[in-house]
Every structure is written in structure tokens, then in C-alpha cells.
Design a protein around this ligand. Structure first.
Ligand SMILES: *[C@@H]1O[C@H](CO)[C@@H](O)[C@H](O)[C@H]1NC(C)=O
Ligand SMILES: *[C@@H]1O[C@H](CO)[C@@H](O)[C@H](O)[C@H]1NC(C)=O
Ligand SMILES: *[C@@H]1O[C@H](CO)[C@@H](O)[C@H](O)[C@H]1NC(C)=O
Ligand SMILES: *[C@@H]1O[C@H](CO)[C@@H](O)[C@H](O)[C@H]1NC(C)=O
Ligand SMILES: *[C@@H]1O[C@H](CO)[C@@H](O)[C@H](O)[C@H]1NC(C)=O
Ligand SMILES: *[C@@H]1O[C@H](CO)[C@@H](O)[C@H](O)[C@H]1NC(C)=O
Ligand SMILES: *[C@@H]1O[C@H](CO)[C@@H](O)[C@H](O)[C@H]1NC(C)=O
Ligand SMILES: *[C@@H]1O[C@H](CO)[C@@H](O)[C@H](O)[C@H]1NC(C)=O
Length: 461
């Protein structure tokens, strides 16, 4: 999500059984691929497949935990189980959970001990509100045995385990370095080496989360970094395809070394919009790149290409793109142009036909390598304009037509703190302010539920 209008979403996953029947049993044994979710997952051409070789599709929501408190939003209003029940009731099978690298930094800074719920809330909200909200979270979640001293990762693990019982995948997403609302050019979280974005801290956190995931059967994937973008706080950083690939490769190496089972989602440049130089295998020194730092001697140097097939994690990478109407550069004015942009920016890796408007954009090369591409963020105000919005409805038809996994931004109808305001309401959230119902109930019925159903998402429970 970009600037104050944006939020993250979650994905729901679809599993087509070989025999076509739906597995309705709860997963009693989640180990060793024998039962749901049948991990580890890998990519096969344009598809994500489980250990049985079955294609899996996700449709879901983003559930943020990357705000200052570093605890998933909403738990002071409803229990974790009630929130997951709401998610599950729409059919969603995927939740993208954006966390802050700071959460892992603080574990290292405290000699390996995680920060407690109350300490984290007090640090984010002040003593009075912090203790009040922490107490409400504990009271809502007595069944989970949480106390004011429960560590943050225990909360994350418990939510993940409860999601597994409902057949919901949890996708940890390295959303920000410093815990705060994301994303802008000036938040210090924009690019490798930015004020808050130390590359070593980032790879260390990826390793930590990849290790944590070994204990979570329904974590079959994790992201490298949400929405890379040009930093305006440190103007000397080289923002371009070449440094992008260098850093993201280091991130993928870190994840894969710690946990070779995981799928690794790789976001695009310019707020997650653009992967064109990678999916179309262009020269990284000369490929077009919005707002990039020029490489002035590029034409005097040997070309540099990124070959996913040459990596040890070649069959683990899933491309990840976002699209919002507030894009700085992409034409979102009609669906024909949106589709041409999506193809150009990375969906060509699905091996689909170039859309009609490519005759106007003249920038729709075929991808040399098939790779899955997911739409892990997009969003809109949850009111009657949802039903007529161009981008929203274009993406809906697109994901259905091409079986593209997606997660909408976001579940959260309010944030305990965001952009300096405590108790921040968000009209883009699926839930209402106090999380007890939907913000736009008829939209859940007319828009979200039929969309999820059309994705053929199969889930447990
Ligand atoms: C990186 O981690 C170190 C050591 O854990 C910590 O002290 C530092 O604040 C972190 N750097 C950034 C920019 O967050
Ligand atoms: C894995 O999960 C079990 C059961 O929840 C827990 O007891 C154990 O401490 C966890 N191990 C790690 C490494 O997190
Ligand atoms: C990571 O990005 C920074 C900033 O652009 C750059 O200086 C550095 O060389 C990059 N690292 C790699 C391995 O490419
Ligand atoms: C990928 O590997 C092949 C075969 O080893 C090699 O010819 C090619 O140059 C490599 N490509 C890149 C971009 O590293
Ligand atoms: C592209 O094709 C459409 C019809 O499919 C046509 O209306 C439009 O004029 C064409 N644009 C160009 C630049 O050729
Ligand atoms: C405490 O929380 C309430 C409710 O969210 C909010 O209105 C109030 O401003 C907060 N207090 C402080 C000091 O931020
Ligand atoms: C939550 O908000 C709804 C709608 O605004 C309201 O009707 C309800 O009373 C609130 N519930 C709680 C527990 O605050
Ligand atoms: C879902 O299944 C129906 C019936 O088999 C099929 O027509 C449709 O294309 C499928 N949708 C997706 C997104 O795979």
C-alpha cells in the first residue's frame, strides 16, 4: 500500500485435488506432506504446485502487523479465532501478514528474547493506552493462554496454527524495516541502505522467519521485501535493476539456505508494480525503469541478465505484483490499458496472449521463462463504488480468466496506531472500525464471495 490511501491485502488459496473431490476433513496430521497442505510447494511452469503435484491457487486478504505495535491489528476487538472465522466465512484461504524487520532486530538486541505484548503496546501507544489495549487483547484471547507477558512471535505462531485448522495459508511478508505505516519515498524504508533499511538486518530477519516457518505447516511461502521504491531520504543510493537483482538475490539466498522448502515471493520495482526486466530478460543495465538512477556507461559495459533458471532456488520463486489507481506512472484509466500494463510488467510470465491494447503500447514482449505471478495487493474503499470501480473490476475479471492468485488490501477497518493517530479508521478495510462486522456487508456478498468462489478455492473446515 502506498501512502495514506493504501493498505495491504491477503490471499486465498485454491487447491484442486487430482480426483476433483474436496477434502473436508480437518488436518489431524500436518506433517511431511501426508495431509493438507501437502508441502513443500514448488513452481511448475506458471503454476504453484503442492508435493502431490496439484495446482494451488490463493485468494485472500492482507492482515497487517507491521504498524508500531508489531502485533496483528484487531485483536483488541475480536479474538484471533473470531477474526479467522470471519476470513474463512468468505472462503479466503490465504493471509498475507506484513511484519516489520524491527520485530526481529529487537529479539537480537535483547539477547534472543522476544518483546512481550504489553511492552510492545506501551512502546507504540504510551503507558495508558498500551496497557489498556494489551489487556483487551489478553481478555479476548484467554482461550489461547495469552498474558501481558506473551511474546510477539508466540502470538504470530498461535494465529498461524489456528489458521491451519481452517485450511488457511499464512504468508509472512517483510513489509517494512521500521515498524510504521507503509509506503512512501520518504519513510526511510524505501530501498536497500535507506535510513531504516539496513540490508544485513533484513537478511538476518529473513533467515529468522524462514527458520520459524519450519514449525508452521501452513507457511509454505514468504516474501523477500514489500514494494521496493526509490528513496528520497538517501539520494545517493543507486535505485536500478542491477542493484535490485543483487540485493534480492542475497535475500533469496538467505531464505533458501535457512529453509529450502519455502516458496519465495519477489516483488517488483516502483511500489511492487514492475518486474519487466526480469520476466522479459532484459539487460539490467539498460532496461527501462521508472525513477531509476541512470547507469551512464551502460552501453560501454557487457550486458547483464538475470536468469532465474540458473539459481538453486529456481523452482521456488513466485513473482509478486501490486496495482493501485494512485500509481505514479501506470495508466489505470481503462481495463484494456490496465491489461497491457499488467502483461508488460510481469504477467507475461504466465505465458498468456498479449492483450489487445499492446497494439498501442508496443511494449509486450513474450516471457522466455514461465513462472507463477500473484497479485498480492490492490484495494479500494469498501462501499458502493467498489462495484463500479474500473481497476477493481478489471483485476477481478483478470484473476478469474488467468487463474491468478490474489490478496486484497486489507482486512483492517481500523489500526491501533497509524501515521501518528491512535484508533485510525480505514474505509478500505473489509471489517468495520471495531472489527465486529463488515464495513460494506452487501459488498462481501456481491463482490468478494463470488470472486473467491470463481477462483475455485478449496479449503478445509
Ligand atoms: C540493525 O540491527 C542492529 C543490531 O541488532 C540494531 O541495533 C540496529 O538498530 C538495526 N539497524 C536498523 C537500521 O534498524
Ligand atoms: C514448534 O511448535 C511447538 C508446538 O507449538 C513448540 O512447542 C516449539 O517450541 C516450536 N519450536 C520452535 C523452534 O519454534
Ligand atoms: C544493494 O543496493 C545498494 C543500494 O542501491 C547497492 O549499493 C548495493 O550494491 C546493492 N547490493 C548488491 C549485492 O547488488
Ligand atoms: C545460465 O547458465 C547457463 C549455462 O550454465 C550459462 O550459459 C548462462 O550464461 C547463465 N546465464 C546467466 C544470466 O547467468
Ligand atoms: C488497437 O486496436 C484497436 C481495436 O482492437 C483499435 O481500436 C486501435 O485503434 C488500435 N490502436 C492502434 C494504435 O493501432
Ligand atoms: C488513546 O486511545 C484513544 C482511543 O483510540 C484515543 O482517542 C486517544 O487519543 C489515545 N491517547 C493518546 C494519548 O494517544
Ligand atoms: C461496533 O460498531 C458497530 C457499528 O458501528 C456498532 O453497532 C457496535 O455497537 C460496535 N460494537 C462494539 C462492541 O463496540
Ligand atoms: C473454476 O472452475 C470452473 C468449472 O470447472 C471453470 O470453468 C473455471 O475456469 C475455473 N476458474 C478458475 C479461475 O480456474
Amino acid at each position: 500500500m502506498k501512502t495514506s490511501a493504501f493498505v495491504l491485502g491477503a490471499l486465498a488459496v485454491l487447491v484442486t485435488n487430482c480426483a476433483g473431490q474436496r477434502d473436508t476433513a480437518l488436518p489431524s496430521n500436518l506433517q511431511n506432506g501426508a495431509r493438507w497442505p501437502h508441502g513443500p510447494f514448488r513452481t511448475s511452469g506458471r503454476d504453484i504446485v503442492n508435493a502431490l503435484g496439484e495446482t494451488v491457487t490463493w485468494a485472500g486478504v492482507n492482515w497487517p502487523l507491521s504498524g508500531e505495535s508489531m502485533v496483528p491489528e484487531g485483536l483488541e476487538w475480536l479474538s484471533a479465532n473470531e477474526i479467522l472465522s470471519k476470513v474463512s466465512s468468505v472462503g479466503f484461504n490465504f493471509i498475507r501478514m506484513g511484519y516489520a524487520i524491527q520485530m526481529i532486530d529487537e529479539i537480537y538486541d535483547h539477547g534472543g528474547i522476544d518483546v512481550t505484548l504489553e511492552a510492545s503496546l506501551v512502546s507504540a501507544l504510551g503507558a495508558t493506552n498500551g496497557t489498556r489495549v494489551a489487556t483487551a487483547i489478553v481478555a479476548n484471547n484467554l482461550a489461547l493462554g495469552w498474558t501481558l507477558d506473551t511474546p510477539r512471535f508466540k502470538i504470530f505462531s498461535d494465529i498461524t496454527r489456528l489458521a491451519a485448522r481452517r485450511g488457511i495459508f499464512i504468508h509472512p511478508d517483510a513489509h517494512v524495516s521500521k515498524a510504521q505505516w507503509c509506503c512512501s519515498h520518504t519513510d526511510g524504508d524505501a530501498w536497500f541502505g535507506d535510513t531504516n533499511f539496513q540490508t544485513r538486518n533484513w537478511t538476518r530477519a529473513l533467515t529468522y522467519v524462514a527458520n520459524w516457518a519450519k514449525n508452521q505447516t501452513n507457511v509454505v511461502s514468504m516474501s523477500l521485501r514489500n514494494e521496493p521504491r526509490e528513496s528520497w531520504t538517501v539520494p545517493t543510493l543507486n535505485y536500478n535493476w542491477h542493484t535490485f537483482v543483487g540485493n534480492m538475490t542475497a535475500g533469496a539466498n538467505a531464505v533458501h539456505a535457512a529453509n529450502p522448502d519455502l516458496l519465495i515471493t519477489w516483488s517488483g520495482m516502483q511500489f511492487g508494480e514492475d518486474l519487466s526486466a526480469l520476466t522479459s530478460r532484459k539487460n539490467l543495465l539498460t532496461a527501462a525503469c521508472y525513477k531509476c538512477t541512470a547507469i551512464r556507461d551502460a552501453h560501454r559495459r557487457d550486458p547483464v541478465y538475470f536468469s532465474l533458471s540458473n539459481q538453486t532456488w529456481a523452482d521456488k520463486v513466485v513473482w509478486e505484483l501490486h496495482l493501485y489507481p494512485t500509481s505514479e506512472d501506470l495508466d489505470t484509466g481503462n481495463c484494456r490499458m490496465i491489461e497491457a500494463g499488467l502483461y508488460r510488467n510481469g504477467f507475461n510470465a504466465l505465458g498468456i496472449q498479449p492483450p489487445a491494447a499492446c497494439n498501442a503500447t508496443l511494449d509486450c514482449p513474450a516471457a522466455p521463462r514461465l513462472t507463477p505471478v500473484i497479485l498480492s495487493e490492490f484495494g479500494h474503499q469498501q462501499d458502493a463504488t467498489l462495484d463500479t470501480d474500473i481497476v477493481q473490476n478489471c483485476l477481478k475479471e483478470y484473476t478469474k480468466r488467468y487463474s491468478v492468485s490474489w490478496s486484497m488490501w486489507s482486512l483492517a477497518g481500523s489500526y491501533r496506531v497509524r501515521e501518528g493517530v491512535q484508533g485510525f479508521g480505514d474505509a478500505w478495510g473489509l471489517t468495520n472500525y471495531n472489527w465486529t462486522g463488515w464495513q460494506y456487508p452487501s459488498g462481501v456478498e456481491s463482490h468478494w464471495r463470488p470472486w473467491v468462489e470463481a477462483m475455485n478455492v478449496t479449503k478445509l473446515g
